[in-house]
Design a binder for this molecule. Structure first.
Ligand code: ZN
Ligand code: ZN
Length: 525
């Protein structure tokens, strides 16, 4: 209880009573009426928009407009008929003491007031618990660093993470943590906790990049042309760290944590295969983190709503009729057709997209012809499309086809467009759940202090974490690794990318707290 109550009352761990409203702990997908019944009756059925089952889809269709948090709170207040001074603490207590039916009473009861005093007293002890969690994580630093360096030295590309997967399973065996595998060929799903609901998921990606590491250090990649240049070795390590910490605290967990070790995030859409193989189980929320070279170690950031773009790749081929450059009237020139097509594509973002809706269309290569006096038969080009909404990406894909095929026709050529779905499946946008984002902010402040928890930025990079969010609400947060002294200042996918390993215990502790406090706040009655 004290974990939860303290979070609600003192997210900054400052000793001040929190201004965070208690409705953050309510099911965000419930109507006002459902809010009360879920709250007092322990309704386990949580309608989640986008969830795959037909039953859920019906729920979503029939769902009343979601109440804004203020409306939900005022609904409860208006039913309470109390003085303003008493209403707020009472609301907080309702979350802290979900099983207490007195919380539904019209008038504040003596037991409520007594409990408020108990909650207030628990604040003092909570500070110690947070410190204990972080100290416990820091005590594992050597183990975490050794795991991360093993993974870093032997990077494996998408769907080939066999040794990484074996390492994870070996460590889980040592920790006496049960798991299932394979998921999506090399993925592992471990479970810690009571085995019952609620279930919350944590996800890490395991794959490396086809990149030559150019950082000269003792534990650099031992495989030519492969590098953990995106920090997925750290993600995997931090999740193993969370597994260890959660196992130690298993008796206190008020539900179950599923730990998803996922292959093929880099242009592989491993998340979609994990989902198809049932990796989510009955998880109702999911968290993941990505290292961030722009933020100093010891800080995190998250943002509600669109955070990362929906992404796809395309290849285009313009087929004409080649010939001598001196007799252009006897050829069908694909160079001219491709040139017009590439220029016409630029109008899609500037003329057809709402300026407030971010999209990117980049043509990244063009090739065709080998001689200065011959017009080629074929010209090829390609690139990437990005949108902060998944629907926006689909619309852009449609128009890219139309423009390229149309421009080819105008110039008496044929145009072909391949969205490369087989090789590089498109990924949906990462859209962070607003309530879970608040959870991340509160938990982050408890562990790291208010100054080290920042609002995140939207970026047009992608991550297949968005696939999970199409099924259940989730948040992907950024965790800082910038350390000028160590040279941890390079962007992901750079051959000079370097990790500040001090992040490892921090990430393990945050993952642990995100899951543990989530379970505390969403206990089934
Ligand atoms: Zn990457
Ligand atoms: Zn990455």
């Amino acid at each position: 209880m004290d974990f939860l109550a303290s979070v609600l009352l003192d997210p900054d761990n400052s000793g001040e009573e929190s201004s965070y409203p208690v409705y953050e702990t309510f099911n965000p997908h419930s109507s006002s009426a459902e809010l009360q019944s879920n709250f007092f009756m322990g309704n386990e059925s949580i309608p989640v928009p986008g969830q795959a089952s037909d039953e859920t889809k019906e729920n979503v269709t029939d769902e009343k407009p979601k109440p804004k948090p203020d409306e939900a709170a005022s609904h409860l207040i208006s039913n309470g008929g109390e003085t303003a001074a008493l209403q707020e603490p009472k609301l907080r207590l309702r979350s802290a003491f979900k099983s207490d039916e007195n919380a539904a009473a019209d008038k504040p009861s003596r037991s409520l007031i007594t409990k408020l005093h108990i909650v207030n007293r628990s604040r003092a002890s909570f500070s110690g618990k947070v410190k204990a969690l972080m100290n416990s994580a820091k005590a594992e630093k050597d183990w975490l660093v050794s795991i991360r360096r093993q993974i870093h030295e032997y990077p494996e590309l998408r769907f080939e993470e066999h040794n990484t997967s074996a390492l994870i399973r070996r460590e889980l065996d040592k920790l006496n943590i049960s798991y299932m595998s394979p998921f999506a060929q090399t993925g592992v799903v471990a479970q810690v906790g009571s085995g019952s609901t609620p279930v919350v998921a944590l996800r890490a990606d395991m794959d490396a990049l086809p990149l030559q590491e150019l950082v000269d250090w003792e534990h650099k990649s031992k495989v030519d042309g492969r590098m953990h240049g995106c920090g997925h070795d750290a993600h995997t390590t931090m999740l193993l760290g969370a597994a260890k910490l959660l196992k130690k605290r298993e008796d206190h967990l008020k539900g179950t944590v599923r730990l998803l070790f996922q292959p093929a995030e880099e242009v592989g859409s491993g998340a979609s295969y994990m989902i198809k193989d049932g990796a989510l189980g009955n998880a109702e929320a999911i968290f993941a983190m990505h290292v961030d070279f722009e933020r100093p170690t010891g800080t995190i950031a998250s943002i509600a709503g669109p955070a990362l773009a929906a992404v796809c790749f395309f290849e285009a081929k313009i087929e004409g009729q080649g010939g001598h450059a001196a007799i252009p009237h006897e050829v069908k020139d694909p160079v001219i057709a491709a040139s017009f097509a590439i220029l016409a594509l630029q109008q899609l973002i500037s003329r057809e997209v709402d300026p407030l809706h971010s999209q990117v269309l980049s043509v990244t290569y063009i090739r065709g012809g080998t001689a200065m006096n011959a017009i080629p038969h074929i010209v090829e080009f390609g690139g990437t499309l990005r949108s902060l909404t998944t629907d926006g990406l689909y619309q852009l894909q449609k128009r890219v086809r139309e423009v390229i095929e149309g421009q080819a026709t105008v110039h008496r050529c044929k145009g072909f467009v391949d969205m490369k779905e087989e090789e590089h499946p498109s990924i949906p946008a990462v859209i962070n759940d607003e309530v879970l984002h608040e959870h991340v902010q509160r938990v982050g402040k408890l562990l790291l202090g208010s100054n080290n928890v920042k609002p995140g930025n939207k970026v047009m990079a992608g991550d297949d974490f968005g696939s999970y969010q199409e099924v259940i609400p989730g948040v992907m947060l950024s965790i800082g690794i910038r350390n000028e002294t160590l040279g941890a200042v390079h962007s992901p996918h750079s051959p000079y990318f370097f990790l500040d390993e001090n992040v490892l215990p921090i990430g393990a502790a945050i993952s642990t707290a995100l899951a543990e406090i989530y379970l505390e706040e969403h206990q089934s009655l």
